[in-house]
Ligand binder design. Structure first.
Ligand SMILES: [Zn+2]
Length: 229
């Protein structure tokens, strides 16, 4: 009963969100309609992929990590939240296996870095951070091979510098959590293989399309958890 599971998840997310709002101000205002999955009876919760988020994230060794969140002496990020709530969307914070953080969100060398950089050796698969609909799967200047997913509710994610995009990932594809999108790479403006991962909010239907969306800091969102449920 995928329909019922989706409803349960949505209710759970709403409860968690209400709880989060009670303890801290909402970091952003998100507008936008939910993803239209089609007429009633269509699959509303596409099958999940093989990804299981790591519970912890470490700063990469041997490189200056710009805008690094606080970390302990072994470089583990303090109070890392592997699954977060972005508006009404529950998603993974680092949608790849066994990665380290190579760069945080914010100004870097005087220019805005609109996502986070995740690195693993050797480069591995990249996964969807949450269910949604693929709206871009193509080369884009600077980003190289990139995938953009619409999660509904005005929430989007971008995955850039992919070596290859999985052939089944096409505009219009409805995907579940943790589906394989492609392989980490260094296409576009990238000094080495890594995933540039962005969380974006706003309305895609604007003159600049995805570049008119607002980048958000993945480390600024509340954790999704079951405490109190
Ligand atoms: Zn980046």
């Amino acid at each position: 009963m995928t329909h019922r599971r989706w409803g349960t998840l949505a209710a759970l997310a709403a409860l968690v969100l209400l709880g989060a709002c009670a303890t801290q101000p909402a970091p952003i205002v998100i507008r936008g309609p939910p993803v239209d999955y089609g007429p009633p009876g269509d699959a509303r919760n596409p099958p999940q992929g093989p990804f299981q988020p790591n519970a912890f994230l470490r700063l990469c060794a041997g490189m200056g990590v710009s805008n690094a969140p606080p970390a302990d002496t072994e470089r583990w990020i303090i109070d890392y939240k592997p699954v977060i709530v972005v508006g009404r969307v529950v998603m993974a914070t680092a949608p790849a296996d066994n990665v380290c953080l190579g760069s945080g969100f914010g100004l870097r060398n005087g220019r805005p870095h609109e996502g986070i950089d995740l690195v693993n050796q050797p480069p591995g698969p990249i996964y969807s951070a949450a269910p949604g609909r693929v709206i871009e799967a193509r080369w884009s200047s600077g980003y190289g091979n990139q995938v953009l997913i619409d999660h509904g509710h005005g929430v989007f994610t971008r995955y850039a510098h992919l070596d290859i995009i999985a052939p089944e990932i096409q505009p219009g594809s409805e995907i579940g959590f943790g589906n394989t999108l492609g392989q980490m790479g260094a296409t576009g403006n990238a000094e080495g293989p890594h995933l540039h991962f962005e969380i974006l909010t706003g309305d895609y239907d604007n003159p600049r399309a995805s570049k008119g969306l607002t980048p958000q800091n993945p480390f600024a969102f509340p954790a999704y958890d079951f405490v109190g449920y």
